[in-house]
Design a protein around this ligand. Structure first.
Ligand SMILES: Cc1cc2nc3c(=O)[nH]c(=O)nc-3n(C[C@H](O)[C@H](O)[C@H](O)COP(=O)(O)OP(=O)(O)OC[C@H]3O[C@@H](n4cnc5c(N)ncnc54)[C@H](O)[C@@H]3O)c2cc1C
Ligand code: FES
Ligand code: FES
Length: 468
C-alpha cells in the first residue's frame, strides 16, 4: 500500500506523495515543471502528451510511447519516464529532433513534442523502421498544420542514426515536487494479495492500463480514493504458450499480445495494429478490454470466435473458468464473481484445417472505434464448413455470436449460395442500434457484407482495400 510514489524522470529519481488518480500529465506540468508535454484532447486521441515509459518487465522492459493524459500517478510508481526534455544529449538535439528542425517538420509546434517522443519510442525499439512502421508509430499523433510527409521524412533521416535515450539526459526544468496527498493505491504482487485486497476494499477501482478508466475519469471528473493496480500481479502478467493454446494474463498489454500472435493469426494481428495507437497498445490490456465489457470492444469478437476461455478469481469463490461468450450477459453486465477479478484468457491456437479472419469497420482506418467488428473461425474440409464460430461487436448490447448465421453455414460449402442464405439470417440474430457511428440498417448490411468478404478472403481472392 502506498500514498507516495517513486519513479525516474529523465534519469533523476523522484519521490513524492500524490493522489494516485492525479494524471501524469498534470503531475509533469503542474508539479514537476516539465511543460514540454502538452495537453490536446485529454482523452488519448491526439498524442500531444506522449511520454516514454518503461515499467519493469512490461512490454519487454523497454521504453514505449504512452499517453500521459490518461495515465495516473499510480501507474508510474517504480517506473522510468522520459519526457521531451530528456531527449537531447549533452546540449545537442537528438538526431530526430535535428532532422525535424532541418526538414521543416513543424509549424505551430504544438504537436511536435508528442510526435518527437512517439518517433523516438519507435527508433528505440526499431532502429531501422520501415515506412509502414513509421506511419503506424504516428497513428496516435495528430498534426494539423505541418502535414505528415515532412515528419515521416525526418523520421527516415533520423533512422540512419541510432536513437538513444541518454542515461544522463538534460532536464532543463527544476524538479519542484509538491506533495498533494490523499487517496491510496495498492500494488499487490500476487493473486492472493489481489483478491484479499478486493475483499477488504470493495469500493476500490481495479486499474490495469487505465486507457478506458483514464478517459472516463477525464470525461466525468471522477476521483478514485482507492486504486488497486494489477500491473505487478505475477499471475496476471503471465503469457503461457503450448502447442494448442496461449494463456494471456489479464494484465498483458495489447502490444505483448500482438508480438505473440502475429505469426499464427495474421488477421487478428492486423486488427490489433488498428487497436487505438502505439501509445494505447503499450498500456491497454487484454483483461481491461474484457473487463470494461463494451459492446464495441475489438478484442472480444475475435476471442469469442477463437473459442477462448476466461478465468476469474475472488477471495470467497476461488477460481472459476467459463467460455468467454458466456461472460457477457447484458449491456456492461458480466458474469464476474462478486469482488472478483479477471485472471487470464486462454486462446486456442489454429490447426491446419482451421481458418480465422476478423474485419473491423470504422469511420477512420487508424485510431478509431469500431462501428462493426466481425470475427470468423471456420473448420474446413475442402470448401465445406464442418464447424464454425462467428461473433460480432457493435451489433448488440454485448459482443455476441451470430447463431442463425452459423446454422445457415454449418455443414455447407462456403459459396455464394450459402453466404447469401447466411446474410439473410443476420437480421434474425441482431437488431443493432442506430447511433453516431451508423444506423441499424447500415450495421446489418455491413455485417452481412462481411460474409462475402470472408468467402473471397478464404478462397485467396484479395479483399484488403487498405494496408498499413
Ligand atoms: C484513444 C483510445 C483508443 C482506443 N481504441 C480502442 C480500439 O481501437 N479498440 C478497442 O477495443 N478499445 C479501444 N480503446 C479502449 C481501451 O484502450 C481498451 O478497452 C483497453 O484494452 C482497456 O484496457 P486497460 O488495461 O487500459 O483497462 P483499464 O482502463 O485499466 O480498465 C478498464 C475496465 O476493466 C476493469 N479491469 C481491468 N483489469 C481487470 C481485471 N483484471 N479484472 C477485472 N476488471 C478489470 C477496470 O476496473 C475497468 O472497469 C481505446 C481507448 C483510447 C483512449
Ligand atoms: S492530450 Fe491528447 S492524447 Fe493526451
Ligand atoms: S505543427 Fe501545428 S499541429 Fe503539428
Amino acid at each position: 500500500m502506498s500514498d507516495a510514489i517513486s519513479f525516474k524522470l529523465n534519469g533523476q529519481s523522484v519521490e513524492l506523495a500524490v493522489r494516485p488518480d492525479t494524471t501524469v500529465l498534470d503531475l509533469l506540468r503542474d508539479q514537476l515543471g516539465a511543460r514540454g508535454t502538452k495537453e490536446g484532447c485529454a482523452e488519448g486521441d491526439c498524442g500531444a502528451c506522449s511520454v516514454l515509459l518503461k515499467r519493469g518487465g512490461i512490454n519487454g522492459g523497454k521504453f514505449n510511447a504512452a499517453n500521459a493524459c490518461i495515465m495516473t500517478a499510480a501507474q508510474i510508481d517504480d517506473a522510468e519516464l522520459v519526457t521531451v526534455e530528456g531527449l537531447a544529449h549533452n546540449g545537442s538535439l537528438s538526431a530526430l529532433q535535428q532532422a525535424m528542425a532541418e526538414n521543416g517538420s513543424t509549424q505551430c509546434g504544438f504537436c511536435t513534442p508528442g510526435i518527437v517522443v512517439a518517433l523516438e519510442g519507435l527508433l528505440l525499439n526499431k532502429p531501422a523502421p520501415t515506412e509502414d512502421e513509421i506511419h503506424d508509430a504516428l497513428a496516435g499523433n495528430l498534426c494539423r498544420c505541418t502535414g505528415y510527409r515532412p515528419i515521416v521524412e525526418a523520421a527516415k533521416k533520423a533512422a540512419s542514426h541510432s536513437a538513444n535515450v541518454d542515461d544522463t539526459p538534460i532536464m532543463p526544468v527544476e524538479i519542484a515536487a509538491k506533495t498533494v496527498s490523499g487517496g491510496t493505491s495498492y500494488y499487490p504482487n500476487n493473486l492472493n494479495e489481489l483478491v484479499q485486497l478486493l475483499e477488504s476494499n470493495p469500493e476500490a477501482t481495479i486499474l490495469a492500463g487505465g486507457t478506458d478508466l483514464g478517459v472516463h475519469r477525464a470525461a466525468y471528473e471522477t476521483d478514485w480514493d482507492s486504486i488497486i493496480s494489477t500491473a505487478h500481479v505475477k499471475e496476471l502478467r503471465v503469457i503461457e504458450e503450448t502447442e494448442s493454446s496461449w494463456t494471456f494474463g489479464a494484465a498483458v498489454t495489447w502490444a505483448e499480445v500482438l508480438d505473440r500472435v502475429a505469426d499464427d493469426l495474421p488477421s487478428f494481428a492486423t486488427l490489433i495494429r488498428r487497436f487505438g495507437s502505439t501509445q494505447i497498445r503499450s498500456m491497454g490490456t487484454i483483461g481491461g478490454n474484457i473487463g470494461t465489457a463494451s459492446p464495441i470492444g475489438d478484442g472480444p469478437p475475435s476471442l469469442i470466435a477463437l473459442g477462448s476461455t476466461i478465468t476469474m478469481a475472488s477471495a470467497t469463490g476461488g477460481t472459476v473458468s467459463m467460455p468467454l461468450e458466456e461472460f457477457f450477459l447484458d449491456y456492461r453486465k458480466t458474469a464476474m464473481p462478486n469482488k472478483g477479478v479477471i485472471v487470464s484468457i486462454t486462446v486456442p491456437r489454429i490447426k491446419s484445417d482451421e481458418v480465422f479472419r476478423t474485419y473491423k469497420i470504422s469511420k477512420r482506418y487508424d485510431q478509431d472505434i469500431s462501428t462493426v467488428c466481425g470475427a470468423y473461425w471456420l473448420k474446413l474440409d475442402g470448401d465445406k464448413i464442418t464447424d464454425l464460430r462467428i461473433a460480432y461487436g457493435g451489433m448488440a448490447a454485448i459482443p455476441k455470436r451470430a447463431s442463425n448465421v452459423e446454422a445457415a453455414l454449418q455443414g455447407n460449402l462456403l459459396d455464394e449460395e450459402h453466404v447469401q442464405a447466411a446474410a439473410k439470417a443476420m437480421a434474425t440474430d441482431f437488431q443493432p442500434l442506430t447511433d453516431l457511428r451508423g444506423t441499424s440498417h447500415y450495421r446489418n448490411k455491413i455485417a452481412a457484407g462481411l460474409l462475402t468478404r470472408l468467402m473471397h478472403d478464404v478462397r485467396g481472392e484479395s479483399v484488403e482495400v487498405m494496408s498499413l
